[in-house]
Design a protein around this ligand. Structure first.
Ligand code: UTP
Length: 291
C-alpha cells in the first residue's frame, strides 16, 4: 500500500491553551525552536509523504506563510553571511506544488476537518497527523506505521495506539484487541471515552492514522457525535464494519502539546534530546528543583 498524501487538520480553536491561541494558531506553538506543524510535516517527509494537505480555518494564514519563502529574510541572512540559518530555512521548505490548503469554515470536529480534504486526497489511502501530538523517536511514528502497513492487506486502516493508565481510559478513544502479530493487532471494536470500568483495553487511539478513502463516504453523512462534533472515531467505527482496522503500538514517547502541562513536558523532553541544549537545561532544572 503506497501512502503519498497526508492530511494535517489545523482548523481547531485550541481552547485548552488559551490565551496563547487567541490570535496565534495552536499549531504554531513552539517546541524548543520549531512550531508544532513543522515537526509533523518533517515526520511525514521522513515517512515518504509527497503531498501535504492542510485543513485550515480563520486566523491560520500564518501556517501557510511558515511554509512559504520569506524573500526579505533570505536577503538579510545572505547579506549577513548567515549560512547555517539559511540552510535551516531551505531544509524546512517543501517543494513547490507539494502542499495544498483547504478551509474548514467552522470547527465542526476532527471528522469534518478530514472530510474537507476529500477532493484533494481523491481515491487513495492517506495519512492523517494531528499536529498537537508529537512523538519523540527516530524513526518517527508515521514511518513505523507505514512499515506496518506494508505487512497488511491493501484495504487496511491503521491507527497508532498507546497504553494509558487503566484509571484514565475514560478520557480517551479506546480499542478492543483482537489477533496480535508483534506490535500490530486487529482492532476488535473502538469506543470513544468509555465510562469508567468498561474499557475493552487500556490502548488509546492517538493522532496518527492511515485511512482508506471510503471513510469519506461515511463522513459525508455529517453525523454528530460526542460534544455535538463530527467525530473521526465514529466514522472509523462505521468503516470497521466493512474494512479491517489495525492498531500499531509504536516506539517513542507521545506528547499532547495541546494541553498546557503536555506542552511544557514536550519542551523539556525535546530540549533534553538536543545535544546543544541538554547540559544548560539540566543545570537550570536542577537550580529550580533546589529552590
Ligand atoms: P483538538 O480537539 O486537539 O483541537 O483537535 P482543538 O479543538 O483545537 O483543541 P481544544 O480542545 O479546543 O483545545 C486535534 C486537531 O484537529 C484539529 C485541531 O486544529 C487539532 O490540530 N481540528 C479539530 C480541526 O482542524 N477542526 C476541528 O473542527 C477540530
Amino acid at each position: 500500500m503506497k501512502i503519498r498524501k497526508a492530511v494535517f487538520p489545523v482548523a481547531g480553536l485550541g481552547t485548552r491553551v488559551l490565551p496563547a491561541t487567541k490570535a496565534m494558531p495552536k499549531e504554531m506553538l513552539t517546541i524548543v525552536d520549531k512550531p508544532l506543524i513543522q515537526y509533523v510535516v518533517d515526520e511525514a517527509k521522513e515517512a515518504g509523504i509527497e503531498h501535504f494537505i492542510f485543513v485550515t480555518g480563520r486566523n491560520k494564514g500564518v501556517i501557510e506563510d511558515h511554509f512559504d519563502r520569506m524573500f526579505e529574510l533570505d536577503a538579510t541572512l545572505e547579506s549577513r553571511g548567515k549560512k547555517a540559518e539559511m540552510e535551516i530555512l531551505q531544509r524546512d521548505q517543501p517543494e513547490a506544488g507539494a502542499m495544498s490548503f483547504t478551509r474548514q469554515q467552522a470547527p465542526l470536529g476532527l471528522g469534518h476537518a478530514v472530510w474537507c480534504a476529500r477532493d484533494i486526497v481523491g481515491n487513495e489511502p492517506f495519512a492523517v497527523l494531528l499536529p498537537d501530538e508529537l512523538v519523540l523517536h527516530t524513526p518517527g511514528c508515521l514511518k513505523q506505521m507505514i512499515e506496518a502497513a506494508g505487512k497488511l492487506g491493501d484495504k487496511s486502516n491503521l491507527i497508532a495506539v498507546e497504553e494509558v493508565p487503566a484509571d484514565r481510559t475514560h478520557q480517551y478513544g479506546i480499542c478492543g484487541v483482537g489477533k496480535r502479530q508483534g506490535n500490530i493487532f486487529e482492532i476488535d471494536g473502538m469506543v470513544e471515552k468509555p465510562p469508567k470500568g468498561t474499557a475493552p483495553s487500556n490502548l488509546s487511539i492517538t493522532g496518527r492514522y492511515i485511512l482508506q478513502p471510503e471513510i469519506f463516504q461515511i463522513l459525508q453523512r455529517h453525523e454528530r457525535g460526542a460534544g455535538g462534533e463530527i467525530q473521526l472515531t465514529d466514522a472509523m467505527i462505521g468503516l470497521a464494519k466493512s474494512q479491517s482496522f489495525y492498531g500499531v503500538e509504536f516506539e517513542g514517547e507521545r506528547h499532547d502539546c495541546g494541553s498546557k502541562a503536555g506542552f511544557l513536558r514536550a519542551n523539556i523532553a525535546f530540549g533534553m534530546a538536543r545535544e546543544d541544549l541538554r547540559d544548560g537545561l539540566r543545570e537550570e532544572m536542577k537550580r529550580h528543583l533546589s529552590n
